[in-house]
Design a protein around this ligand. Sequence first.
Ligand SMILES: [Zn+2]
Length: 237
Amino acid sequence: MSSSAFKTPQRLSLSDGKTVALRIRKSRRARRMILRALPFGAGAELVLPPGVGAAEGLDFARRRAGWIQSRIEEQPPRAPFADGVEIPFLGGSLTIRHCPQLRGVVRCEGSELCIAGGTAHLPRRVADWLKARAREKITPCAHGMAEHLGRRVKRIGLRDPRTRWGSCSAQGGLSFSWRLVLAPVPVLEYVVAHETAHLVEHNHSPAFWGVVEKLVGDPSEQRQWLRRFGPELHRYG
Ligand SMILES: [Zn+2]
């Protein structure tokens, strides 16, 4: 990456003086330039195939600013964590309730998630609670699957990446999006199986998919769910 366009975040000018963040990345597999809206407030992404420079890419993006603006504007609005907001949770849903009088910090009662304390702390408390549930769900799942494959998970990290649901490092550490707790359980389990299978096969070969199937069966339904509904999980919080 020689051009500074890859390092410094770019802004793309839209109409009415609006701008959006434009992330530019190179792809060895891309055959043409691809411009797309990223989910919920993350702006746009421009993918460059081999041989296309940043300047040419930026020019391409500028000419399509009107198109990308409509794609961004047709997305459903963000759903910040606040009183009365309904959030998906492990295939069901929870409604956030601000309960200033509640003892403790957070209590989950049926389909209500009651959050104590001041309004200012509510978003962080909801996020912390969801991350704790994600860890609770993912950790035993990953260790169990790894054991089944005769491998060991070194460590499990939880992050909030924009474009991926999990990753596996060469050192045997796994990392997941805490937002998987907003997806149905079989989807979460598939992603855990996918990353755990990389402890055995560090690629996406047929052998790799064989390992995934051994862990969770045919994952095509789950993969389809993630492609279709995954981006929406970024609306929350
Ligand atoms: Zn993979």
